[in-house]
Design a protein around this ligand. Structure first.
Ligand code: PLP
Length: 420
């Protein structure tokens, strides 16, 4: 469906009301889910305005998740790149190792408030499943996580971790046995059990109100960063860089600076191993507008409109669609989007590990790869903030395989010689 038709039909005036970001977003779901989404929207609006809900969420973010996270001056990395001053927003230090806990705590508290004792979620690599299982244990909620059996095989440790936390992991055998099949199964469950069950979606995707609600739960990242960078530097940064899977950590940090037109907002997608369809997950380089899983945004698709396969070294960026608000930020030019390849992310990961003693998640390493390209071209007085969305412990296996492919001894020596 062309953007123009969408725009005239939906006449977006208040995105909050219609769930639209320009022409993007919306609520493309079967009739049977409409009531559930309307209830969720209503209840979320009430919770959002309720000081006691916000107080409880803030308290858990502080005492359980570990907020505020530090803003760290990466001095050795900055000197090595010989350009802009680089700060890292340390979301990797949060409980469960990534920003995902911000959203999981928010939605689980909301479910509890709505009287729903059962949580379902979908997971690809297992990171969202683990964060969901964690908050369900914390709040005493029943937890069922849908996961493709191919992903279960690849992420055995996370499956075990979820089970340790008391969650039930249900394997999905249909389709390619990966994330999109797990989402379809979770939707089916929700339709059947909607009265007792909340679907805890993991990124700024899906039908309205999810993209706005999940964004709101991550805005704390940008709020903290803005305050911290002003304290440290007495001025705003020239650029904010974040990786974009579904788009939640990036939209969270972008929102703190959306109205500061001098601050460049840069999203980094997965460039994978090549430019052909199927080799990457760069929706803005190879995708077209379309509807996937309840929302209208950019989708990687073939000529017939069938959803394309994607590839990335990092599971968290490996998804054929992107949050609809990002499509709008790109459309208006407020944010720019670029890509980093598997190899660039891998090298950036090693570089950060060896210059700063921080092993980032491979997702976050895509943002680091962009700072490696950009910082040397900038003035020394300029400041860049990179969002380190998560830690790299989960990626040790992939990193080891990749080092072997690169010839581990050679790569290690070269890297060591390059970083003094
Ligand atoms: C899940 C994940 C991502 C990608 O999700 P977004 O919604 O784009 O933030 C990025 N980094 C880490 C560490 C993740 O776990």
């Amino acid at each position: 469906m062309a953007i123009e038709t969408m725009r005239t039909r939906s006449k977006p005036s208040s995105p909050a009301l219609l769930g639209r970001f320009g022409p993007y977003g919306g609520r493309y779901v079967p009739e049977t889910l409409m009531a559930a989404l309307e209830e969720l929207e209503r209840e979320y609006e009430k919770a959002r305005r309720d000081p006691s809900f916000q107080r409880r969420l803030d308290e858990l973010l502080r005492t359980y998740a570990g907020r505020p996270t530090p803003l760290f001056l990466a001095g050795r990395l900055g000197r090595q790149l010989n350009g802009a001053k680089i700060y890292l927003k340390r979301e990797d230090l949060l409980h469960t190792g990534a920003h995902k806990i911000n959203n999981c705590l928010g939605q689980a508290l909301l479910a509890q408030r709505m009287g729903k004792q059962r949580i379902i979620a979908e997971t690809g690599a297992g990171q969202h499943g683990v964060a969901t299982a964690t908050v369900c244990a914390l709040l005493g909620l029943e937890c069922v996580v849908y996961m493709g059996t191919e992903d279960m095989r690849r992420q055995e440790l996370n499956v075990f971790r979820m089970r340790l936390l008391g969650a039930e992991v249900r394997g999905v055998e249909s389709g390619s046995r990966t994330l999109k099949d797990a989402i379809n199964e979770a939707m089916r469950d929700w339709v059947t059990n909607v009265r007792t069950t909340h679907y805890l979606l993991g990124s700024v995707l899906g039908a309205h109100p999810y993209p706005s609600m999940v964004r709101d739960f991550h805005k704390v990242i940008g709020r903290e960063t803005r305050k911290q960078v002003l304290e440290a530097e007495g001025k705003l940064p020239a650029a904010i860089i974040a990786c974009v899977g579904g788009g939640s950590n990036s939209i969270g940090i972008f929102y703190g600076f959306l109205k500061d037109s001098s601050v460049k907002l840069v999203g980094v997608e997965a460039g994978g191993c090549g430019p052909a369809l199927g080799e990457h997950a760069a929706r803005f380089s190879g995708g077209l507008p379309g509807v996937l899983q309840g929302t209208y945004s950019y989708v990687l698709q073939d000529a017939a409109g069938q959803v394309a396969n994607t590839h990335s070294i990092s599971a968290g960026l490996d998804y054929p669609s992107i949050g609809p608000e990002h499509a709008w930020l790109k459309h208006t030019g407020r944010a720019e989007y670029t890509r980093a390849s598997d190899q660039e992310a891998f090298e950036a990961c090693l570089l950060l590990a060896r210059t700063e003693g921080i092993l980032p998640a491979l997702e976050s390493a895509h943002a680091v790869a962009e700072v490696v390209k950009r910082a040397p071209t900038m003035k020394k007085s300029a400041v860049i903030v990179v969002n380190i969305s998560g830690r790299g412990d989960k990626d040790i296996g992939i990193l080891r395989e990749h080092l072997d492919l690169n010839g581990s001894a050679g790569t290690l020596a070269r890297e060591r010689d390059g970083v003094q």
